[in-house]
Write a protein that binds this ligand. Structure first.
Ligand SMILES: Nc1ncnc2c1ncn2[C@@H]1O[C@H](COP(=O)(O)OP(=O)(O)O)[C@@H](O)[C@H]1O
Ligand SMILES: [Mg+2]
Length: 309
């Protein structure tokens, strides 16, 4: 339980410059009003987690930020540029400085790890010599703890390794901002923790700012400097996780504690299952023992007890 009480040491980044600013953002799909006046600022080197339940618009928000989706209304300023009005070329330039880690990793299955990592360099026309590419690939892979995987294919990698390689492919561009869409979803708890720790290492090493989209409270505790809660299309609460955990707000409270309650319930269910199994095995064992008398041992015990009453 000790583990659950540990939070990242949260620094106050408010005195640092704002590198990403979302203001009064609206996005609807027909009658589905997803973002309804959402605002958020991210400061240099700060990690802000956007927490919200499934379908609340987290991915829509992140897609608007990198210009994959056009909002209906509002402003998005990334590294001093208004993304909503940028042309294709300028958008491409911004994307060189903003890494995006897809939930699905989006690695190319037919390419080796090395080719996957080289891809963004080629796509953005970065004119590196062979030795510079070698050095960049080696550095990115070593920073995610997988230095010997250059010739492997994605199909040979575990879920956690794929996530690391996807992160390495983002890091090779030395991004100033990294956007993570559900980086730990679908990973086992140990791997999820390793990925969360790696995200903090990357933040320290590359001095990058980041937005992490998540509903995994354990990951949030490890990576977040600040948490923005996306509820009903707005930035409903924006504070440190510790402060949000103290909130009595009925919209905030159940969400933040859900994962921990689920963990406790899961452990309880596992214990209960083990007890039922052990009891059943014990019962059959006793039945076999009492086979000679053709009466079940437990039944006899019960019978004796009833007679005594
Ligand atoms: N391209 C799209 N066309 C229509 N509806 C969409 C599209 N993308 C997302 N939505 C809707 O927007 C809402 C928010 O989706 P999303 O941002 O993916 O949620 P999440 O918070 O789980 O990431 C959902 O109701 C989803 O169905
Ligand atoms: Mg999503």
């Amino acid at each position: 339980m000790e583990e659950h009480l540990k939070y990242k040491v949260q620094h106050d980044f408010r005195s640092k410059p704002v590198v990403l600013s979302v203001k009064n953002l609206y996005k609807s799909f027909g009658s589905n009003h997803v973002l309804k006046n959402f605002s958020l600022d991210v400061h240099e080197n700060e990690c802000v987690v956007v927490l919200g339940k499934s379908g609340s618009g987290k991915s829509v928000l992140i897609k608007c930020i990198i210009g994959l989706m056009q909002p209906d209304k509002g402003n998005i300023e990334v590294l001093g540029q208004e993304v909503t009005t940028l042309n294709h070329d300028d958008l491409d330039k911004i994307r060189m400085r903003v890494g995006f880690l897809f939930q699905s990793n989006a690695l190319y299955d037919s390419m080796t790890v090395r080719e996957n990592l080289e891809f963004p360099l080629r796509r953005h026309g970065i004119d590196y010599s062979k030795s510079e590419v070698d050095a960049a690939v080696e550095e990115a892979l070593s920073n995610v703890g997988l230095p010997h995987t250059q010739q492997m294919f994605p199909s040979e990698l575990s879920g956690g390794m794929k996530k690391r390689i996807a992160l390495a492919r983002t890091l090779i561009m030395r991004p100033e901002i990294i956007l993570y869409d559900e980086p730990t979803t679908g990973l086992d708890p140990i791997t999820a923790r390793e990925i969360s720790d790696l995200m903090v290492e990357v933040q320290e090493k590359y001095r990058s700012a980041s937005i992490v989209i998540s509903h995994d409270v354990h990951c949030v505790k490890i990576v977040a400097d600040r948490v923005a809660m996306l509820i009903d299309g707005v930035n409903y609460a924006d504070d440190t996780l510790e402060n949000l955990m103290l909130s009595d707000d009925p919209k905030i409270k159940p969400f933040l504690f859900k994962n921990e309650i689920m963990d406790v319930q899961e452990n309880r269910n596992i214990r209960l299952g083990a007890m039922v199994l052990a009891g059943t095995v014990f019962y059959f064992f006793l039945c076999i023992l009492s086979e000679k008398t053709k009466a079940c041992f437990v039944q006899r015990l019960l019978y004796m007890r009833i007679l005594r009453m």
